[in-house]
Design a protein around this ligand. Structure first.
Ligand code: GDP
Length: 429
């Protein structure tokens, strides 16, 4: 059985969706194992342009089985809307090609409200949440105060369970935030509108995976966001509320005994970050606008302009180490074609000392980037498909990053389309 994880090395939005879409043809099963609808993978293929939030990117490949594992924040409303949209563009989504773990916890209607209410309370100290309810959801999951997808098969018990949770949650909504309480009628409607439609997809995915393993099927684990947003190892508290690392994939997918053969870490040729938190290499003003426009850096979920800057090798090395990446897919190299000289951040200046290790989160706010500069190639490379056809300066940029990260860069992406890719072997040919 072949297993592979495709993960983000930085702050997310590295282009994982595009890499998964390219490689899924080689796999039988694609599993999303953490996170929820708070980020988006953009996939462009022969069926159109899609912003996927919860559905695994393998949904576009015939014969691939897609699984939403127990580790995800399963929002029935958003999931059903996403399924409906994808189906309307001619992509089949059936219980044969989409399976939802019966052990996935459901994101409940009040999670989104609480997310918005708390960001409002924090005002100018806000975390930059996407307000999809992810943080309240995971807090409740760990407090054991949400319901499992498998409970949809037991409506009477589910009603009782929801009533208990609602009474508890109404206390917070009304007494802490002065907001409106939920009623059982509202929850009945929520169950009917959003839970009923997804119920046919819910099953014991653990059992399915065990059988798949016995048949020697290959599995790809698809992550959301990147290393620096990992709850335990990222830039806390500006992290997400789940574990974005490959090491979590076996747990969050319903396959705790799985080992991962390959971890493909996706790195963008420059840095981007959505939301709040320290971002050492941030560019501002015209310089930033130019890069943002060249790379069209606006959030897939929120449309918010992303913060942008040159590649941060201090953060990238750390991210690759945390992911235990075995190889790197470098995306959006074509975006840098307009630059005369390309800055790369090789070290940070922290409290008067140059460091090349990623500092403790508290120190990150004071870190200043130390740059080296490489020559730009100043021509369009989006049609290049072979390594040897890239301009020398572009090859030098890639090999410089490869040496700095200490892992082979085996894919170089030069455009958003499925075939805009240069495949290299691990020895750099
Ligand atoms: P993900 O969440 O990691 O999948 O990343 P996003 O989907 O948020 O961001 C990737 C964006 O860049 C999408 O709009 C892709 O279509 C686009 N993209 C991916 N790879 C390339 C590339 O090599 N060049 C260009 N120009 N765009 C790319």
């Amino acid at each position: 059985m072949k297993t592979c994880a495709i993960v983000g090395i930085n702050w997310g939005d590295e282009g994982k969706g595009r890499v998964v879409d390219l490689l899924t043809a080689d796999y039988d099963i694609v599993i999303r194992y953490q996170g929820g609808g708070n980020a988006g993978h953009t996939v462009i293929n022969d069926k159109g342009k899609f912003a996927l939030h919860l559905l695994p990117s393998g949904i576009f490949h015939e014969g691939v089985v897609n699984i939403l594992g127990n580790g995800v924040a399963l929002d029935p409303e958003n999931l059903w809307k996403e399924i409906t949209e994808v189906v309307s563009k001619g992509v089949p989504v059936t219980p044969d090609n989409l399976k939802i773990s019966d052990r996935a916890s459901l994101l409940l209607p009040w999670h989104r409200d609480l997310d918005a209410l708390e960001e409002q309370r924090l005002a100018d100290r806000k975390y930059g949440s996407t307000k999809q309810g992810i943080a309240p959801f995971y807090s409740d999951k760990y407090q054991k105060k949400t319901v499992l997808a498998g409970e949809l098969f037991h409506p009477e018990e589910l009603r009782e369970h929801l009533k208990e949770l609602m009474e508890w949650k109404n206390l917070t909504l009304t007494r802490v935030y002065g907001s409106e309480p939920y009623t059982m009628e509202m929850l009945e409607k929520w169950m009917e509108d959003w839970c009923e439609p997804i119920r046919p997809y819910v099953c014991d995915t653990g059992r399915y995976l065990k059988a798949a393993k016995a048949e020697g099927k290959s599995i790809m684990f698809e992550a959301q966001l990147g290393s620096l947003r990992d709850l335990d190892y990222g830039i806390y508290p500006y992290t997400t509320s789940s574990n974005t690392l490959a090491a979590y994939a076996p747990i969050g997918s319903g396959f705790p005994g799985a080992t991962i053969d390959e971890v493909i870490g996706v790195v963008k040729a420059y840095s981007t970050c959505v939301g709040e938190g320290p971002f050492v290499c941030e560019w501002f003003g015209e310089e930033a606008d130019r890069l943002r426009e060249a790379g069209f850096e606006y959030g897939a979920k929120t449309g918010r302009p992303r913060r942008v800057g040159p590649i941060d090798l201090v953060a990238t090395r750390y991210g690759a180490e945390m992911q235990a990446a075995t190889e790197i897919a470098l995306t959006k190299l074509d975006v840098l074609s307009y630059l005369d000289r390309i800055p790369v951040c090789t070290r940070y200046l922290v409290q008067g000392k140059e460091v090349d290790r990623f500092p403790f989160p508290t120190l990150l706010e004071q870190a200043k980037p130390v740059y080296e500069y490489l020559d730009g190639w100043k021509c369009d490379i989006s049609d290049v498909r072979r390594w040897e056809d890239l301009p020398e300066q572009a090859r030098e940029y890639v090999t410089y990053l490869e040496r700095a990260i200490g892992r082979p860069i085996t894919y170089v992406s030069v455009g958003p389309e499925r075939d805009s890719i240069i495949v290299r072997s691990a020895d750099g040919k």
